[in-house]
Design a protein around this ligand. Structure first.
Ligand code: NAD
Length: 388
């Protein structure tokens, strides 16, 4: 029963929770925040949901809005330079996983002093230190980064999506307000939704799962499974948006405590080498990796299928597992997930990168958490299967 449990100190969850930013800052003693966000949050005016309350309360702040999707080391350095001379005492990360991860990396580097590259912090390094309290406010239902002790940054010198893990990456607090996700476009809704589902499923079957991560994963599977298609087809469906947002946060808590596994290990190299959005590269892999892993943890996969509503309670494990595989294929179809070929990745460049991708996948450590632990040949085989 021994376990380590990680979670933010405070999560304010609910419709309109972002309007309570001032109260959150007050509880944490933050008076001069840096807001880290992306240009779309600014152009859509979403950022006003937190800036207006700050203005009304007379709280001064700075905004760094140059973050990019799937953050790279050079943007972290830009952010560090931006923040260098500022008198700030906290960070508000506002946006999808990309701005949140960028804010986390800036915070870790700021705590490390001048000139240290972010690659020095990648696993197996334990990044337990950061400079300032960080409050994460997600606008996608998605990565769960608001509740995880991870940040993922691409090393532009090596095309490696580096996993950085430790308490330094765990937000002190999160505000989880599904209203912020109502404007997410369909493609991103699909990709981020499958990302959240993958987190829940991988945490549930992980070799590092424990009683607490299982609790979070079960809640996440129940919330996400029945709403994944609905939220894509009906973007204005508030109940579906709400379930997905809470499900994504619960899935984040699940994998922050149990780790992710083979899908994520193999997905990061696809993102880094071919610029496929994170959730989409997970989706490309999820059916094939689940097929490869199913019999190594059949009772777990079967329970996940029942929790997600993909199989009735009465199904025996073998049947529930088969239904899970069917559903994963049909979700990808229904949500328009392309395979790498349809995404536009040529077979030659795919094959050429596979040895490096397989090595990076294994080095990330995530495949070792999978119920069936693959060797290089198995990883190469799965990569080959999905490029049809
Ligand atoms: P994202 O943050 O890159 O956002 C995708 C696009 O959606 C962007 O153009 C963004 O501006 C837009 N967008 C976001 N919210 C919107 C809204 N409410 N309305 C309209 N547009 C909106 O995507 P993401 O999937 O949330 O994050 C992906 C990143 O998160 C990747 O870098 C991935 O590696 C990382 N990630 C981190 C963790 C973690 O634990 N730290 C876990 C999973 C993924």
């Amino acid at each position: 029963m021994d376990m380590n449990v990680f979670a933010p100190r405070h999560m304010d969850i609910g419709s309109g929770a972002s309007s309570r930013i001032v109260a959150m800052l007050a509880r944490l003693g933050v008076t001069r925040p840096l807001i880290v966000t992306d240009p779309i949050m600014v152009s859509l005016g979403l950022i006003d949901r937190i800036i207006e309350p700050l203005d009304q309360a007379g709280i001064g702040y700075h905004v760094f809005s140059e973050t990019v999707p799937e953050p790279v080391d050079t943007i972290i350095e830009t952010g560090i330079r931006f923040a260098a001379g500022l008198d700030i005492d906290g960070i508000i990360a506002f946006g999808g996983g990309s701005p949140i991860d960028t804010a986390k990396a800036i915070n870790i580097l700021r705590g490390a002093g001048q000139g240290v590259p972010i690659r020095d912090f990648k696993v197996p390094y334990v990044a337990d230190h950061a400079a300032l309290p960080l409050i994460a406010i997600p606008t996608t239902a998605g990565t769960g980064s608001e509740a995880t002790r991870f940040t993922v940054i691409t090393d532009t010198a090596t095309d490696e999506k580096m996993l950085i893990a430790g308490l330094g990456a765990l937000p002190v607090a999160a505000i989880v307000d599904f209203e912020l996700s109502m404007s997410v476009p369909p493609r991103t809704t699909a990709d981020t939704g499958i990302d959240a589902f993958t987190h829940a499923l991988e945490a549930f079957v992980s070799r590092r799962a424990n009683l607490v991560s299982d609790g979070y994963a079960r809640i996440a599977l129940r919330l996400i499974g029945p709403h994944l298609r609905t939220v894509y087809r009906e973007p204005d469906n508030r109940a579906a948006r709400e379930a997905m947002m809470l499900g994504a946060t619960m899935a984040g808590l699940a994998f922050s405590n149990a780790s992710v596994a083979l899908v994520h290990g193999m997905s990061r190299p696809i993102g880094a080498h071919f610029h496929v959005p994170h959730g989409m590269s997970n989706a490309m892999l999820l059916p094939a990796v689940t097929r490869y892993s199913l019999n190594a943890a059949l009772p777990r996969y079967a329970e996940a299928a029942r929790l997600a509503g993909f199989a009735p309670e009465s199904d025996a494990d073998q049947l529930a597992g088969a239904r899970l595989l069917e559903q994963l294929d049909s979700i990808n179809h229904d949500l328009g997930v392309p395979n790498p070929h349809a995404f536009g990745i040529g077979r030659d460049s795919w094959d050429e990168r596979l040895p490096v991708m397989a090595a990076q996948a294994l080095a990330s450590g995530s495949p070792a958490n999978n119920p069936r632990v693959p060797d290089t040949a198995a990883i190469l085989d799965i990569y080959a299967q999905i490029h049809r």
